[in-house]
Write a protein that binds this ligand. Structure first.
Ligand code: A3P
Length: 298
């Protein structure tokens, strides 16, 4: 536990080897220390794929009878960053913070671990997993800004070319991107009742229907009455980028991780402003090879 708090700052130089070591340690600690319960729900993602959004939505859906969405000022998501409402398994296993998981059932956690690295008890207990993936080009752009925001000023900023080079080689904590996505995609085909596979793009294009789908999967479907009362729309609004980005804007999730680092643009396609045609083609080629035969489109 001491090791994690002392070394968390290493994770801030996101693309450096030391950050990947911190990630590897958190995975090993999760495998050793974390005990899943059958009713647990896990939100699994690769960084920058929509973790914060799906955390907020899942939390709001599951807890909607406890925290009424019409008394918004007292709703936890109006006070706390979603990462404080839904903790990471990796951090939970090493350094516990008080969260809304305490005393609540089902327990809602998130993880960046690849499918094959999940603690055995998560898979053996048949826990439900929601996976969200995002266009690799937008993940790269989002990661690039995230990494530079977190980087210590003394080590300077990464260039986009450097970030691109690392990303295409698969060098990111808990990557490569393509293996991470494919791992959960294949698992979702095998275990459709336990794993829901979503994309950030579908969520953006049809938020309402995907929120309903998510609610059903989580075991908290919206009744006709709730739909008529606009409950789905209220949750969509509560968890929107525009609402969440201003919540406790100047606070921190964890030392060195300001709340606002998780909210940048919240749009599809910002990659068009950053990637050259050559870079874009290179990522298309890798994606074509790696996702050959998979029905994943962005
Ligand atoms: P951009 O950097 O492209 O803006 P993660 O939550 O996995 O760290 O991903 C962060 C990305 O999701 C960022 O993308 C961020 O702006 C976006 N995001 C955060 N909250 C969101 C929300 N409520 N709705 C849509 N996108 C959101």
């Amino acid at each position: 536990k001491g090791w994690f708090t002392e070394n968390l700052h290493l994770y801030q130089d996101f693309w450096h080897e030391s950050a990947r070591v911190v990630s590897a340690v958190t995975v090993m600690a999760s495998q050793d220390n974390f005990q899943a319960q059958p009713t647990d729900i896990y939100i699994a993602t690769l960084q920058k794929s929509g973790t914060t959004w799906v955390k907020a939505l899942s939390f709001a859906i599951i807890n909607r009878t406890i925290y009424k969405t019409n008394s918004l000022s007292t709703h936890p998501l109006q006070i706390l960053n979603p990462h404080r409402c839904v903790p990471f398994v990796e951090i939970e296993a090493l350094h516990r913070l008080p969260t809304y998981v305490d005393g609540h059932s089902p327990r809602l956690f998130s993880t960046h671990m690849p499918y094959t690295s999940l603690p055995k008890s998560v898979l053996d207990n048949g826990c439900r997993i929601v996976y969200i993936c995002r266009n690799p080009k937008d993940v790269l752009v989002s990661l690039f800004y995230y990494a530079n925001r977190l980087r210590d000023k003394s080590i300077g900023q990464l260039t986009f070319e450097e970030a691109f080079e690392m990303f295409t080689k698969g060098v990111i904590p808990l990557g490569p991107y393509w293996d991470h996505v494919k791992g959960y995609y294949m698992a979702a085909l095998e275990r459709p009742k336990e794993i829901l596979f979503l994309t950030y793009e579908d969520m953006q294009k049809d938020t309402v229907n995907n929120v309903k789908r998510l609610a059903e999967f989580l075991g908290y479907p919206f009744s006709k009455e709730e739909e008529d009362e606009g409950e789905v729309d209220k949750i969509v609004k509560l968890c929107s980028f525009e609402t969440l980005k201003d919540v406790n804007k100047h606070g921190v999730v964890n030392k060195g991780f300001p709340n606002d680092v998780f909210f940048r643009k919240g749009k599809i396609g910002d990659w068009t402003n950053h990637l050259t045609d050559e870079m874009s083609q290179c990522l298309d080629e890798i994606t074509k090879i790696k996702f050959d035969g998979l029905d994943i489109s962005f």
